[in-house]
Design a binder for this molecule. Structure first.
Ligand code: AMP
Ligand code: MG
Length: 326
């Protein structure tokens, strides 16, 4: 069985083609980068419209298959930015309807976890999913993926990006903050916010910008921002590991590229006798293959949708989805 997965929750339009053995035959994408500032949802959606055809034909060509060989169309139904979700959904529905192929809307966050379980060979991890649009600690419990902790305001990737923009570092901010953080020498006291199992980064972001305006060294600030934000992420992940007694920790999402975050999580995992996994970066980032693979899991375990069920859901939470494949 071959599934074509379409990802379009935010800045990435991706198409992946995956078979039922978990082999990824193609995984192509194009990423919208705003000329300045953050992502404008409507502009990102227009980018997806303009690039959908090229990404799709690239994927089919790479996989060496025709659309007629595809047995299932899966797409990112949510959560994400409305205009982007609707563009991906429209592309998926058009393909499915025109070629008479079954269609399934997939939860983006669950897809991040499932592609990680496939390629990193983690069986039952506590997952820290950190990106420009999401920050969640997710683990499987009692038949569903559950959110053990999450940001109450902005995602950690967004915190790094906005800080970087404010201090004049190029976009995306994360890698530039990481580079400068290595030259930081002094820890500047910043607000560390963990509330119960949840996190908050907007006060941290504002205070780091304020300290920059007050003349603090940008390298020290990058270092301190990373140490503070990552310590909070590791604390919540650690408590989820302690509570669930799981023996695997997985890191995914765009911020997973960060070496310091990897190092801190790896150390925590070791202290709990847990294995630590990070999927290859092209599968940590938003991608079509993860949607395709989750589509295969769902379809082969009896999940079916009619076209009417494929209305996008900007706020679709992982714990609303039943998981017949686990
Ligand atoms: P995504 O939303 O999954 O596409 O990931 C993009 C986010 O990852 C942006 O917020 C980037 O700034 C962030 N990011 C990418 N590389 C790094 C890095 N090395 N360190 C921290 N954040 C990063
Ligand atoms: Mg994502």
């Amino acid at each position: 069985m071959l599934c074509l997965g379409i990802e379009g929750t935010a800045h990435t339009f991706g198409v992946g083609i995956v078979n039922s053995k978990g082999k990824i035959l193609a995984n192509t994408s194009r990423v919208y980068t705003p000329p300045k500032g953050g992502i404008h949802p409507r502009e990102a959606a227009q980018f997806h419209t303009a690039n959908a055809r090229a990404v799709l034909s690239d994927a089919l060509k790479t996989a060496g298959v025709d659309i007629e060989n595809i047995d299932l169309i899966a797409f990112s139904l949510g959560p994400g930015l409305g205009p982007c979700l609707r563009t991906a959904a429209t592309a998926a529905r058009a393909l499915a309807a025109f070629h008479d192929i079954p269609i399934l809307g997939i939860n983006h966050c669950i897809a991040h976890v499932e592609i990680g379980r496939l390629v990193a060979r983690a069986k039952d991890p506590v997952t820290l999913y950190v990106s420009g649009g999401n920050t969640q600690v997710i683990a499987f419990d009692a038949g569903r993926y559950r959110v053990f902790g999450e940001t109450l305001d902005i995602p950690v990737g967004n915190c790094l990006d906005v800080f970087a923009r404010e201090v004049g570092l190029p976009h995306p901010g994360g890698p530039n903050v990481e580079r400068l953080a290595r030259e930081g020498k002094r820890y500047v006291l910043l607000p560390y916010v963990v509330k119960g199992m949840d996190l908050s980064f907007s006060g941290l972001m504002t205070e780091t910008v304020r300290k920059h305006r007050a003349g603090a060294d940008v390298r020290d600030l990058c270092y301190s921002l990373q140490e503070t934000a990552f310590a909070a992420l590791v604390e919540v992940t650690e408590r989820a590991v302690a509570h669930t007694e799981k023996r695997e920790v997985m890191l995914t999402g765009g911020v997973a590229a960060n070496k310091r975050l990897r190092e801190m999580l790896k150390l925590m995992a070791k202290e709990h006798h847990a294995k630590f996994f990070v999927p290859p970066m092209e599968l940590c980032a938003d991608n079509g293959a993860m949607i395709g693979w989750t589509g295969i899991l769902a379809y082969t375990h009896g999940v079916r949708q009619n076209l009417e069920d494929t209305v996008v859901n900007q706020r679709w939470r992982v714990d609303e989805v039943s998981i017949p494949w686990r």
